[in-house]
Design a protein around this ligand. Structure first.
Ligand code: TYM
Length: 332
């Protein structure tokens, strides 16, 4: 039998609302590209999403919708393993074990915990606090070489690495210590309205973020209204957060460098540039939106894909979880 020598990749996404251009450029675009070269496993991280309250009906719909969107993006179940996190019980199981190797102090330093607990002050629950340990379990179960994420997840990746190293130091070589894979452009897409803040679907101002499934006219409107500055020069500059963000987006979508973009728009105003960015994004997302309708309307096909994915994922995850438990001394 031919030995599988491909490097491995793991990443997940929360099904907590409409996925954004930030999710796409920071992570999902890379997922699709990486499946050609690597042995990839991708999950819809439903367990993570309940750290903030979800309406059950909407939540279920969002899980389906996220699965359909991943397929519409071009993830191919023949090439990659696609599943729903809660269907593979090893995630919750290993999380408990790892939580006994995670320190209170290190979790307290997580900026996402600080941000989210400030935002949901009435519900600062244990899950929100322990979230990075569940993420460490998601990753370590599959022994990936690379974890493609946006820059906001870097801190969580570091804690996953620390936990793996700590565990390995005690018990020997159980986990692989993964490397983050963060794109050079698009790793931190900012709000179109407040460009010092990350683009996020939880932002109440809908003009501040682009959903992957937004209609072309909405995408164009949002880009035309994007906040810039009074300099009216299309080039990267310190403190020019709005224009830097638009250049970053245009660069991530077209593959052009910041210098090439500055040259292309020399002597032109922000109005022309915003239209060009909007049109490039519309064209990038158009085929995804068209394919999405086909996938979301075939529940049976969706179910077949994520069930088969869970079986495949469980095969790998179970082996790692058992090994970790055995090392700790559990009777298996
Ligand atoms: P989530 O669901 O918030 O986001 C999914 C991916 O999108 C990236 N991202 C962005 N990238 C650039 N600019 C933005 N504005 C932007 N917003 C989001 C995120 O970095 C992420 O890569 N905890 C994770 C999900 C997760 C996970 C894992 C990831 C659970 N288990 C294991 C990797 C490995 C999260 O909440 O991502």
């Amino acid at each position: 039998m031919e030995e599988n020598t491909k490097k491995t990749v793991l990443s997940c996404i929360q099904p907590s609302g409409a996925l954004t251009l930030g999710n796409y450029l920071g992570a999902l675009k890379n997922w699709v590209a990486m499946q050609e070269e690597f042995d990839c496993t991708f999950a819809v991280a439903d367990l993570h999403a309940i750290t903030v309250r979800q309406d059950p009906q909407k939540f279920r719909a969002q899980i389906y919708s996220t699965c359909a969107l991943l397929l519409a993006l071009g993830l191919d179940p023949e090439k990659s393993t696609l599943f729903i996190q809660s269907h593979v019980k090893s995630h919750a199981e290993l999380m408990w074990i790892l939580s006994c190797y995670t320190q209170f102090g290190e979790l307290s330093r997580m900026t996402q915990f600080k941000d989210k607990s400030a935002k949901h002050a009435d519900n600062v629950n244990l899950g929100l606090f322990a979230y990075p340990t569940l993420m460490a379990a998601d990753i370590l179960l599959y022994k990936p070489d690379f974890v493609p994420v946006g820059a906001d997840q870097k801190q969580h990746l570091e804690i996953a690495r620390d936990i793996a190293i700590r565990f390995n130091n005690i018990y020997g070589d159980v986990f692989k210590v993964p490397e983050p894979y963060i794109p050079k452009v698009g790793a931190r897409v900012m709000s179109l309205q407040e460009p010092t803040k990350k683009m996020s679907k939880s932002d109440e101002n809908v003009n501040s973020w682009i959903a992957i499934l937004d209609k072309p006219e909405d995408i164009m409107r949002k880009f035309k209204r994007a906040v810039t500055d009074s300099e009216a020069r299309v080039c990267v500059g310190e403190g020019r957060d709005g224009i830097n963000n638009l250049i970053g987006i245009y660069s991530a979508v077209t593959g052009k460098t910041a210098d090439e973009i500055a040259l292309e728009f020399e002597g032109k105003g922000y109005g022309d540039f915003k239209i060009a960015v909007g049109e490039a994004v519309v064209e990038e997302l158009r085929p995804i939106r068209e394919r999405y309708d086909t996938f979301i309307s075939d529940k049976k096909q969706l179910e077949d894909i994520y069930k088969q994915g869970a079986e495949r994922a469980f095969y790998t995850a179970r082996k790692t979880a058992s090994k970790a438990m055995k090392k700790v001394g559990f009777v298996l």
